[in-house]
Design a protein around this ligand. Structure first.
Ligand code: AMP
Length: 420
């Protein structure tokens, strides 16, 4: 046995889980795992200040699975023993997939419950008996109202991305759900930020929690090469296309403030020969999964997303985050740019700033205590005849800029270059 595996062992994790960890290639625990797992195995409540990318899913999933597995009891119809609440379907699905991977050597039964897809398979799974349910609040309450699920035997409750749950207006739903679980439960709350409303919720549902803070805010922000371009709104699309053609951009997420904006930008990128997918809350679950899959496997190399749709999505090797507009809340800027520079990689974040967005830029600077540097880019001429088009990408490749475009692109910042 290697030293690294014994690290997970020294945290108290048993053989079945360590075997699964070996299969997925986790050799060492991340800081949040090291700090949280031993306490969770002792049934403590936990307040985790951590965002996606820190390894928080495994931090709560591993001890949870171990506890349920050790109890060695049969899954009861409609009465799960663990409930994980997540704000979005994508996050719920991702958590479910991780649980399946970690739990593969156990007999535990698990499923997700969320809207946008037929409830029937979910109802059927509940009837057959589940140990763990990962759910978004709306569908869960619907099914609870119809008595398809009974939360009175929940032993472990996890609220993931609590700040986002509250942002999305789920506070009352969350409280109604919590009220249906027994007081004796173990409770965990994870949040990337800790505004008053989240702190108040944590006080309400957690009992003498251990606090683990691995907020990578400062570190992440420093590691990312951040720049902004002043550009009028009417020129943003052209600027975006120009920036995307920079040789260094291998995979990018473009953030827009609205769903409509995401569609529009993605469509225009497609027209310009840049393989892009839009992802936002108005898309069906199937369409969102397809868009993510295409992006993950390289069939498209630009994902145009709204904040909520992109939260919690785990995609490796995103070289650039581009803010088509700055977000209303400066905290969202930090979440957005955290999509790049994951797992220790460096990345770049560029923002297209209309003069009317200056105050937003200042709000971001105050929050991150850092000023992204301004870059000046000479936009290529408007006439399409003068700006050679790039052919649509074939499978798994992104279009390379032509020599002419590279000359233009040389005006762009190098992702790895020093800040001013
Ligand atoms: P999370 O913060 O849970 O969304 O995890 C972020 C990413 O880190 C996911 O891709 C995980 O699969 C990965 N990850 C979590 N824990 C470890 C670990 N101990 N070693 C390597 N990768 C990990």
């Amino acid at each position: 046995m290697t030293t690294s595996l014994s690290d997970f062992q020294s945290l108290g994790l048993g053989e079945k889980l360590r075997r699964a960890l070996r299969d997925v290639g986790y050799t060492e625990p991340t800081p949040i795992q090291t700090q949280a797992i031993p306490h969770l195995l002792q049934d403590r409540d936990l307040l985790g200040v951590a965002q996606t990318g820190t390894g928080k899913t495994a931090a709560f999933a591993l001890p949870l699975l171990q506890r349920l597995d050790e109890e060695n009891s049969l899954a009861k119809p409609r009465r799960p023993r663990a409930l994980i609440l997540a704000p979005t379907r994508e996050l719920a699905l991702q958590i479910h997939e991780e649980l399946e991977r970690f739990g593969k050597y156990t007999e535990l039964r698990q499923a997700f419950i969320f809207g946008g897809v037929s409830a029937n398979p979910q109802i059927k799974a509940l009837r057959q008996g589940l140990d763990v349910v990962v759910a978004t609040p709306g569908r869960l309450l619907d099914l609870a109202g119809q008595r398809h699920i009974d939360l009175s035997e929940v032993e472990v409750l996890v609220l993931d991305e609590a700040d986002r749950l509250l942002d999305m207006g789920f506070i009352r739903d969350v409280k109604r759900i919590v009220a249906q679980t027994p007081n004796s439960r173990q409770s965990l709350l994870f949040s990337a930020t800790m505004p008053h409303a989240v702190a108040a919720l944590a006080r309400e549902i957690l009992d003498d929690p251990v606090r683990v803070d691995v907020s990578p805010k400062q570190v992440t922000v420093k590691e990312i090469d951040q720049r902004f371009v002043m550009v009028g709104t009417s020129d943003k699309q052209r600027m975006l296309e120009h920036l995307l053609r920079d040789d260094e951009v291998s995979r990018a997420i473009v953030f827009t403030r609205t769903k409509h904006g995401a569609n529009k930008v993605a469509k225009k990128l497609g027209n310009a020969g840049i393989g892009a997918e839009a992802i936002h809350g108005n898309k069906s679950q199937g369409a969102r999964q397809r868009a993510l899959k295409n992006f993950k496997n390289g069939d498209s190399w630009v994902l145009v997303a709204t904040d909520i749709a992109a939260r919690g999505i785990d995609i490796d090797a995103v070289s650039h985050v581009i803010n088509y507009e700055l977000p209303h809340e400066p905290e969202s800027y930090v979440h957005r740019i955290g999509r790049t520079a994951r797992a220790g990689a460096t990345g770049a974040a560029w923002s297209l700033v209309d003069p009317s967005e200056r105050s937003r830029l200042r709000a971001v600077e105050r929050l991150i205590r850092f000023s992204p540097s301004e870059i000046e880019v000479n936009l290529p001429p408007r006439d399409p005849a003068e700006a050679p088009r790039v052919n649509p990408p074939r499978r798994r490749s992104r279009p390379r800029a032509s020599t002419n475009q590279r000359a233009n692109a040389s005006a762009l910042p190098r992702a790895g270059s020093r800040r001013r």
